[in-house]
Design a protein. Structure first.
Length: 293
């Protein structure tokens, strides 16, 4: 029973982090209709932002998180203005190649600046844990889960309660109708892309306390992100939330119950991508996404 309780705790905490990671990626596609292959690098840069804030200034990652998010959002907005907005009406392959190229440039700049050495952030709570009965809860993962819930909840409130959020949803539903209603399409696209990048940077800050930081970490997170949004349905934020927890439970189950499962767990995202694209390419909520388009 304790093993089962530990399994559920670990899977839920991992699912919260994956949710934060993927909602930004889903937001950029759902509203801007651009599949952002540079999203993994936003996560990577956020992790490095937390690392250098801690290393140079002794700033706790949680304290640095708002500033890193804002910086990530500003960089995302600048990238959108300089490059992404020029390919909004181009074929998807052009958008993919552009964002993939941006990701490679950012990855290699990080490699040149900081080398390929893995780094980590170790605040006082990094290795702390809480015992509830026989279940061990990692404090750093619990904090990451709580922050993820707050940020994802804030995103949903922004989308449903604010004027800009409602305009973003209208734009996702029908760009032409939204434009006719007087919505500034490019401004909303820029804001959505900035929020997406900011959420990616926030994910990196949380991951900096949990795992290793390197210039290549973004690729692994990007693969997981695409597995999740394809599972949940492209452009569906709620589907992405469901997909995040499905992947988290699947990875945790493999690491717990399959011999040598810790190594195999990293391949679960690839297996999901393969199976979903064959069996149900539209994902769990794919029909809803089709109707929105």
């Amino acid at each position: 029973m304790s093993d089962l309780g530990q399994f559920f705790v670990d899977a839920i905490l991992l699912g919260g982090l994956y949710t934060l990671m993927v909602v930004g990626l889903s937001l950029s596609f759902g509203i801007v209709r651009v599949i952002n292959f540079a999203h993994g690098e936003a996560i990577m840069l956020g992790a490095y932002g937390a690392f250098w804030a801690f290393r140079i200034g002794g700033v706790d990652p949680l304290v640095a998180l708002p500033l890193v998010m804002i910086a990530g959002g500003l960089v995302g907005f600048a990238i959108f203005k300089v490059s992404i907005r020029r390919v909004l009406d181009a074929p998807h392959i052009n958008q993919i190649l552009l964002t993939f190229g941006i990701g490679l440039v950012l990855q290699n700049l990080a490699l040149i600046a900081w080398s390929a050495d893995e780094r980590s952030v170790n605040p006082s709570y990094a290795f702390a844990s809480i015992m509830i009965g026989e279940v061990v809860i990692s404090v750093s993962r619990l904090i990451a889960f709580a922050v993820a819930v707050v940020l994802v909840g804030g995103l949903f409130l922004w989308l449903t309660r604010s004027e800009l959020g409602r305009a973003s949803r209208a734009l996702a539903e029908n760009r032409i109708a939204a434009k006719l209603m007087g919505i500034d399409v490019n401004a909303i696209y820029g804001i959505a892309f900035a929020i997406s990048a900011g959420l990616g940077a926030a994910t990196g800050v949380l991951m900096s306390v949990i795992g290793a930081i390197s210039p290549f970490m973004g690729f692994h997170m990007l693969v997981k992100g695409f597995a999740i949004i394809i599972l949940g349905g492209l452009g569906s934020i709620m589907g992405s939330v469901i997909g995040a927890f499905v992947l988290a439970f699947a990875e945790t189950a493999v690491s717990y119950y399959v011999p040598g499962g810790i190594g195999w767990a990293e391949g679960v995202a690839f297996a999901f991508l393969f199976l979903i694209l064959i069996l149900r390419p539209r994902g769990i909520l794919g029909q809803a996404v089709e109707e929105e388009g």
